[in-house]
Design a protein around this ligand. Structure first.
Ligand code: ATP
Ligand code: MG
Length: 412
């Protein structure tokens, strides 16, 4: 906006007569507070409007090839906030409305306005434009403040979300820890119950056999004595197995079992274990071992693997009758594969879901000895070795356990 005290008026009109008339009218305004400039060119007018040297524009409706409405709308689109007063040759409501719509602040009919009405229109328009500029400024300040607040709010929301997320994560962690604690507690209490029960049977065998041995004093009782010595041995060996299983599970629980792979010949290794077990199976049972394919070298944790094989073979023998055959197969392809198959009692469908739960024993085991820990240990060892275990079982037909290990082990 210009800074002089006088109000600078630009007349945009292609008719010089109009300029002279307007100038005379303005000159008659008391106080002579106005400076009038004139341009007849549409283009120049737009340029001058851009320079913001004037306080108010009087725009003729007719401007050669263009018209005043066009000029006003282009100027307003270009961002001008100055007041435009449209001058027309005749009074008509439609032009008036159009003028207002494109952004003119007033509308005067040529030849009808006197110095007083011109002065009044200019004064009102200038005041109105000032108010509009003020509103515009306030609006943009407001917009800026809203933007700032929105940004601040956005940041606050983001921080809240972060806090929320970490709280949620903490909650998940705590829940996990609690769940683990609960499981451990349940396991411990089951341990105590089962241990007292499992230990009582072999211990009472030891006790009764020991006291009977004390009674068989004669030489001819040697056979009976020997029988009870064997019973004691077997009971003690049972106790040792149970204790070892307990120890294994508690070491797994404590995270103390590590996968330590070494490279060895799987075929030789398995054959040795099978030899070891061959002497421990029931009468007429035989373990058949077969390795398929030329590749025999693997990288696995030997100790964990041996434990797995022993457990599966011992189950195969234990849950099969005398004279039944047991098959163990190994192969090394894109994975390392091991399967143990028996012709035993099988696992009832209803029991399958619980098979790997510690202390679980299927309902068809009747009086076959066992603690229900072996498969839990097998399953966890397979897991530690990054392998996977599946099985299929048909009641009274037999059971097959299959284990797959990756060729390249991960170490922990
Ligand atoms: P132990 O802890 O002495 O091994 P267990 O043999 O009873 O005792 P797991 O080896 O964990 O325990 O087996 C759990 C249950 O799964 C067994 O009690 C039995 O019911 C069933 N089971 C396991 N292997 C076989 C199999 N080869 N044939 C039939 N049932 C089986
Ligand atoms: Mg077992």
């Amino acid at each position: 906006m210009p800074h002089s005290n006088k109000i600078r008026v630009l007349l945009i009109d292609d008719d010089e007569d109009d300029f002279i008339i307007t100038r005379d009218t303005i000159d008659e305004i008391p106080g002579r507070n106005y400076v009038l400039e004139w341009t007849a060119s549409f283009g120049e007018a737009l340029e001058l409007i851009k320079q913001e040297k004037h306080d108010v524009y009087l725009v003729d409706f007719r401007l050669g090839a263009h018209d005043g409405l066009e000029l006003i709308s282009q100027a307003v689109e270009g961002g001008s906030l100055a007041p435009f007063i449209l001058l027309t040759g005749q009074s008509d409501r439609e032009t008036d409305e159009k003028a207002m719509r494109v952004g003119a602040s007033d509308y005067l009919v040529k030849g009808t306005f006197d110095p007083f009405s011109l002065e009044r229109s200019i004064r009102y328009s200038v005041e109105h434009a000032k108010s509009m500029a003020e509103i515009h400024k306030l609006n943009s300040e407001l917009e800026q403040r809203v933007d700032e607040r929105t940004r601040e709010l956005g940041e606050a929301v983001k921080k809240l979300e972060e806090t929320n997320r970490s709280l949620y994560e903490a909650q998940v962690e705590i829940r996990k820890a609690l769940q683990k604690e609960k499981e451990l507690h349940e396991l411990k209490s089951r341990f105590v119950t089962i241990a007292s029960h499992e230990f009582r049977t072999p211990l009472s065998t030891v006790l009764s056999s020991a006291s009977l041995i004390g009674k068989y004093k004669a030489t001819e009782d040697d056979e009976k004595r020997q029988k009870h010595v064997e019973r004691i041995k077997s009971a003690v060996s049972n106790l040792t197995t149970i204790l070892n299983d307990f120890l294994s599970i508690s070491r797994i629980e404590e995270g103390k079992i590590y996968n330590v792979p070494t490279t060895f010949d799987l075929k030789d290794f398995t054959a040795e274990i099978v030899d070891e077990m061959q002497g421990l199976v029931k009468i007429g049972q035989k373990i058949h071992y077969q390795h398929s394919g030329p590749e025999t070298i693997v990288t696995l944790d030997k100790q964990l693997l041996k434990n797995i094989i022993l457990n599966l073979l011992s189950n195969a023998s234990k849950y099969s009758g005398e004279g039944k055959q047991i098959y163990i197969d190994t192969a090394v392809n894109s994975t390392i594969n091991l399967s143990v198959k028996d012709e035993g009692i099988g696992i009832p469908d209803a029991d399958k879901v619980h098979l790997f739960t510690p202390f679980f024993r299927a309902q068809n085991v009747t009086n076959i000895q066992g603690t229900g820990l072996g498969l839990n240990i097998v399953n966890r060892y397979v897991d530690i070795m990054d392998g996977s275990l599946t099985y299929e079982s048909e009641l009274n037909e037999g059971t097959t356990f299959r284990i797959t290990f990756p060729i390249h082990p991960i170490t922990a």
